[in-house]
Design a protein around this ligand. Sequence first.
Ligand code: GLU
Length: 313
Amino acid sequence: MAARSDGRSRLVEGLPNEGWRTRFAPAPTGFLHLGHLVNALHVWGIARAYGGQVVLRLEDHDRTRWRPEYEAALLEDLDWLGLVPDMWPTPSFRADAVGHPARQSNQTARYAAALVSLETRAAVYACRCTRRDIAMAVPHAPGVEPRYPGTCRTANVPPGDTFARRVTLAPASFTFTDLRLGPLTQAPWQQCGDVLVRDRHDQWTYQFAVVVDDMTHGIDLVIRGEDLLASTGRQLQLGSLLGREVPPTFLHHMLLVHADGSKLSKARHDTAIRELRAAGATASELFGVAAARAGLHETPRPLPVEALPELFR
Ligand code: GLU
């Protein structure tokens, strides 16, 4: 109980001032599952408890994995769950019909402009290395991210040879206070090395797109799972290189795992919201199960969407 109330006071003390924004930013590359629901109940619960607004953003930057049926299902599941975003971002951001959420695939001009601005503040270079090249060049334990060894940094790869671009990271450490985990420090130049901003297939990378989007959307609080914790330092560094003056605050919540300890994935259907729905579950029951499995309340009693703020007060 003590740990829980400490966590609560860290949350309350660390929240941005009134009128702040957070976001729900799923990738339409599979069906929403209970892991997304844990994220959503943190996002909506904290926003509704403490005066924040929720922006919905579809992170469809990976065009090879995006599918229209996943996107349609995602919006429909949110609707069924009663999770209503407060805003899609500004009208100029929204290139398509009124009422549609922000999509990364509409934002390529914005990412290209951000790259030009990045080039005024840091060295950006063309890179020919594939993932495999890097994995072979850098000894690393299984499951550990290899650090990019800087192979192309001085190789003068002609920019016309590839779409891939990396940004040179200065040796710097970034300290931030996670609203659940407390103060943390990361040194991206040691952890991952120079960050890829666009890949060789001309796709903007998650790391770059998310930083540009969070700036564009005025996101003050990023609420996401612990699996993305290692990305935070590099996103702070990219944000600072792009001229973001006040970085967002972060809260990384626990992840749900299967009984065997493996991460929930879109490839396994046993926790997909639509399948649980089809089997007769109600939205309140699913919120209750997700909250209990995330350690937010003790037993999986049904939890109506209106009660989500109570989990965080
Ligand atoms: N699109 C990411 C996902 O679905 C979330 C990214 C983020 O919250 O920064 O896992």
